[in-house]
Ligand binder design. Structure first.
Ligand SMILES: [Zn+2]
Ligand SMILES: [Zn+2]
Length: 207
């Protein structure tokens, strides 16, 4: 290993995982990982600055896990990925504002299995992400079903409203029913079904 200004035992660096000040002997595992990447004008320990890594204690206790950085997807900028270890990251959901944890296991899955760009991180908590996926699939289904309804397939009325309800958009379901009511003002059977759905939505809203 290279020696130099960072070789002194008094040298200390704060572990980003446990926030504890460590000396060089206590960060030997990540240092061993960066050594092959060190250029002549760099010190191995310089490569730890501004990166994600865990000290030997965090790695052996399982608070942090070593990243397999050779399978990281770096993105177009081509800048090297400097996540050397994963550890749980506290984040705040952009949708519901609740705190959530982007776990080290999820990070490994994102960057090593799904091959996501290193710069991508979850902005929403898991339940919100599930809702967003549901909304996307609901929107896709509606974009097919509503034109068919407009072409006369009135039996899709309930299905369309159920998708809106599933997406939590009861106001949109009501707007759709108002539109259907105008278009089918002469059909007693459609009007009756619209009324039934409206009552169902209203009782849901008052829950
Ligand atoms: Zn640590
Ligand atoms: Zn959320």
């Amino acid at each position: 290993m290279k020696t130099g200004k960072s070789a002194g035992t008094e040298f200390r660096i704060v572990c980003p995982c446990c926030k504890t000040s460590r000396n060089l002997r206590e960060v030997s595992k990540v240092l061993a990982q960066v050594v092959p990447r060190v250029r002549d004008d760099e010190e191995p320990v310089d490569l730890l600055r501004g990166t994600e890594w865990g000290c030997d204690h965090c790695l052996s206790s399982g608070l942090a896990v070593m990243a397999k950085s050779d399978c990281h997807h770096l993105g177009r900028c081509g800048c090297p990925s400097w996540i050397l270890s994963y550890y749980d990251q506290a984040r705040k959901c952009a949708r519901c504002s609740e705190p959530f944890v982007f776990t080290k296991e999820e990070q490994r899955y994102w960057y090593e299995e799904l091959n996501f760009y290193m710069a991508s991180v979850p902005n929403e908590c898991a339940p919100c992400r599930r809702l967003i996926r549901q909304e996307h699939s609901g929107t896709r289904r509606l974009s097919v079903l509503i034109p068919r309804f407009k072409r006369g397939e009135t039996e899709l009325l309930e299905t369309i409203c159920d998708i809106y309800i599933e997406m939590g958009k009861t106001d949109r379901a009501m707007q759709f029913l108002a539109m259907a009511r105008r278009d089918h003002a002469k059909s007693a059977s459609v009007l009756k079904r619209i009324k039934t759905i409206k009552d169902r939505i209203k009782s849901k809203q008052s829950e």
